[in-house]
Design a protein around this ligand. Structure first.
Ligand code: SF4
Length: 368
């Protein structure tokens, strides 16, 4: 480890990307970027982070924002519980820390939605604390570098990885902050943690790692033994479950029927067009007229099929068959249930829709 850390820091000095959240040492901005970057690519996150920071530039702004606005700013990133946890944590920071993001690692870890990785990332990047980090990129680099053949999700290998990450950041704590980076860094611990993530993102990539360009290639056990492609040794994920849904975008005199998803459900508090689960493996496609009448007691004057939408939520692969329905009038004789309401097109634009139904709405607006 002794000579690996200076080599990593030196490489980071030369290769680090100028990312918007690297221009700040404010733990709030770093926190938002770390949560957004979980399971999401950097290029996707950049505009989201910029928009968020413009509208909610600090903890107090987030704590006091209408929850609808927070979800709208998150719309399209998925994993909406993360946005809700951000606001919950901001309210705790306002109530219990007088609006100042805590410096202490244990206090950061105690906030909703923050695990050991995120607490380490925030405290090391913002305050140069020697807190280790272990995300997918760092796991890949360390398992290959040290030739660890065990499953990183299993206890023994996971513990070994945390101890290697800890040793690396502790060594960095004894070194001066690197100079020459095109953005501010709080010190060598920050730079070391970021360099591990950066190496995993740019060089030690999941497929076809660029070993000849790697600053650690002459110390890497996976490269020496030709095992880079086999590490990390992750067990294959459980097979995805297929689901089928039918959705109705119903319009009557410029108003559209939508409903808010209930608390406790997937995508809770987001909006969607009425949609219904269909049994899988049917011998014939369901009759949309029949489904619409059975589920909503509505008869449309026309029902037009729209292109299918395929998307995934956690382990589910969902196929949505959408229909555009026109109604001559809004039915007055039946109460609206399940958080349903009628909205104009500009109102729909302003709502936080689920990702699949945002795509459905785009299909409609493109066809008009
Ligand atoms: Fe990854 Fe190759 Fe570098 Fe080893 S030499 S850490 S496998 S990029």
């Amino acid at each position: 480890m002794t000579d690996l850390v200076p080599r990593l820091l030196d490489w980071f000095n030369r290769a680090a990307r100028r990312l918007p959240w690297r221009q700040t040492l404010d733990p709030y901005g770093i926190w938002i970027s770390e949560i957004m970057l979980q399971q999401t690519q950097v290029k996707t996150v950049i505009p989201y982070w910029q928009r968020w920071m413009q509208e909610l530039p600090d903890v107090r702004a987030l704590a006091h924002a209408p929850p609808e606005r927070v979800l709208k700013l998150w719309e399209g990133l998925g994993y909406y519980s993360r946005a809700r946890n951000l606001q919950k944590a901001a309210r705790i920071i306002v109530d219990q820390h007088r609006g100042r993001f805590p410096n202490d690692w244990a206090e950061v870890l105690a906030l909703p939605g923050i695990g050991r990785y995120t607490a380490g990332a925030i405290t090391s990047i913002a305050h140069n604390q020697p807190a280790p980090i272990l995300d997918g990129n760092v796991i890949r680099v360390l398992t290959r570098l040290f030739g660890l053949g065990g499953d990183p999700r299993q206890k023994a290998t996971n513990r070994r990885l945390w101890s290697l990450a800890t040793a690396a950041v502790n060594q960095a704590a004894r070194l001066p902050a690197p100079s020459g980076l095109p953005f501010p860094v709080s010190g060598a611990c920050s730079a070391l943690n970021q360099s591990l993530m950066e190496l995993g993102a740019l060089v030690c990539t999941p497929k076809l790692p660029r070993c000849p360009e790697c600053p650690l290639h002459d110390s890497c056990q996976a490269r020496a033994t030709g095992r880079a492609g086999q590490l990390p040794n992750l067990r294959p994920r459980a097979k995805a479950t297929e689901r089928q849904q039918i959705a109705f975008a119903l319009e009557s005199r410029g108003r559209w029927l939508v409903r808010k998803r209930p608390a406790g459900s997937v995508n809770a508090h987001l909006w969607e067009f009425p949609s219904f689960e269909l049994p899988i493996r049917r011998s014939r496609n369901p009759d949309p007229v029949e489904v619409l009448h059975r589920e909503l007691r509505i008869r449309a004057s026309s029902l037009t099929p729209l292109p299918m939408i395929r998307h995934s939520i956690t382990r589910y692969r969902i196929t949505v068959t959408p229909f555009l329905g026109r109604l001559t009038h809004i039915p007055q004789d039946q109460p609206l249930v399940d958080g349903q309401s009628w909205h104009t097109a500009p109102e729909i634009e302003a709502l936080a829709l689920t990702s699949a139904h945002r795509r459905l709405w785009r299909q409609i607006t493109h066809h008009r």
